[in-house]
Design a protein around this ligand. Structure first.
Ligand code: ATP
Ligand code: MG
Length: 391
């Protein structure tokens, strides 16, 4: 008998001919995440297994696996040979201290096993009742469940709980994406949503040091550390200074256009970095109508500067409370709400333009050395590699 984590995957299952590619990638991601626990991944038809870890690491390993995109659910299980007496004895011993109502649920993937799943459940259930007088069967809404999964490899996995994972697709299968990461609530959630769909995240943060503080930068690094846990282990963050650009627009352009002009420069820089690094998409935390810079007119004018890179806005139709719920789930919320200045919150105009027109915005850009200033900002980029916390 051996303890193991039984890992189920969801959507990959539907992938037909490409399934191998997705399975290999997920196996690789699981193994990398499991390395600090000395756990070893192996495959059985339709499932992955993790074995070899210390009992004292089990909880932490489960919480780490819950963050691996592509994992649908997992269970800590006991593995034994597929033999009715052995299965029954183990199920009885696992239920010996339980009380209340219960149900045995059997899944027989190995169709050569002599009894069918109904017969196995009723045999094992009967034996459990014989040995434990504090239990009663309730097949409709039991308080406890014991699951018996008889697999094709002639092994049976017995477990009580099924823990839900992130779901989605393994990180890396959808290419690399550049997340515009501010210190706010929305952008880390947007990154998480895209990692869940298989994007390998990289991030760019725009600051206006010394108008924005060192603390604001540390906050972004802390958020990146949380996100890295969902991003197959690490997250590169590119730090870019917009200080001189912002000083110039503040001095020379109509203040109502400050935010629009800032955001167009951000997107231009983001696309350039994508091209240089081979990233396939820009990801933002924008949500339609949230603020003046996120009206359809603002997003159109800002998006217009990006020529041939896909812009992903996974939160576009989210209400703030829906975003906050996910932010809490991924443990970013308490960091995100710390007060901080962002380059978008300095030099803020009294009445930002809500429905900017492209020709007016381009006219404002002609009042400064737009291309040179963007080049200069681009040259300030520094890369920081943020690693997820280990164990
Ligand atoms: P968040 O959206 O992260 O909560 P926010 O709401 O303060 O922060 P918005 O002004 O709504 O930011 O900006 C919309 C999006 O633009 C952000 O979700 C983020 O993707 C991007 N963004 C804003 N500020 C920055 C910044 N300083 N660096 C990088 N990206 C930024
Ligand atoms: Mg926002």
């Amino acid at each position: 008998m051996e303890k193991c984590l039984l890992i189920r995957y969801g959507e990959i299952y539907l992938k037909g001919k490409n399934r191998k590619f997705f399975e290999n990638l997920l196996e690789n991601n699981i193994q990398n995440a499991a390395n600090p626990y000395n756990a070893v991944v192996s495959r059985i038809p339709g499932r992955f297994l993790l074995t070899g870890y210390k009992a004292s690491d089990e909880k932490a390993l489960i919480s780490c696996m819950k963050k691996q995109a592509g994992i649908f659910s997992l269970s800590d299980a006991y593995c034994i040979d597929s033999n009715l007496n052995a299965i029954t004895d183990l199920a009885v011993s696992l239920m010996q201290d339980e009380e209340g109502t219960f149900k045995v649920e059997t899944n027989r993937a190995d169709k050569t096993f002599p009894l069918n799943s109904m017969e196995i459940s009723s045999h094992v259930g009967g034996k459990i009742l014989e040995k434990n007088k504090n239990l009663k069967v309730d097949v409709i809404s039991p308080e406890k469940k014991i699951n018996i999964d008889i697999r094709e490899n002639k092994k049976t996995y017995i477990f009580k709980d099924t823990i839900m994972g992130v779901g989605g697709m393994p990180v890396g299968c959808s290419g690399d994406g550049l997340l515009l990461l501010s210190g706010g609530i929305d952008s880390p959630v947007a990154g998480y949503m895209m990692a869940k769909r298989g994007a390998k995240l990289h991030a760019i943060h725009f600051h206006s040091f010394p108008y924005t503080s060192e603390l604001a930068r540390l906050k972004v690094e802390e958020l990146a550390k949380k996100l890295a846990e969902y991003n197959a282990g690490d997250l590169e963050v590119y730090m870019c200074s917009m200080t001189h650009y912002q000083e110039e627009i503040n001095k020379n352009c109509k203040s109502d256009y400050n935010i629009t002009l800032l955001r167009r420069a951000m997107f231009k820089i983001a696309e350039r970095l994508c091209k240089e690094k081979g990233f396939k998409m820009i990801i933002t935390g924008e949500s339609l109508g949230q603020v003046a810079s996120q009206t359809i007119e603002s997003m159109t004018v800002v998006g217009n500067i990006v020529k041939d890179t896909q812009i992903m806005r996974p939160l576009i139709a989210f209400d703030k409370n829906e975003t906050i719920e996910i932010s809490r789930k991924i443990d970013c919320y308490d960091i995100s709400i710390r007060p901080y200045e962002d380059c978008c919150t300095i030099f803020v105009p009294k009445s930002p333009v809500i429905k900017p027109r492209l020709e007016n915005v381009e006219a404002q850009e002609k009042l400064i050395a737009f291309d040179l200033l963007v080049d200069e900002a681009y040259s300030t980029i520094e890369k920081v590699v943020i690693k997820a916390k280990e164990k």
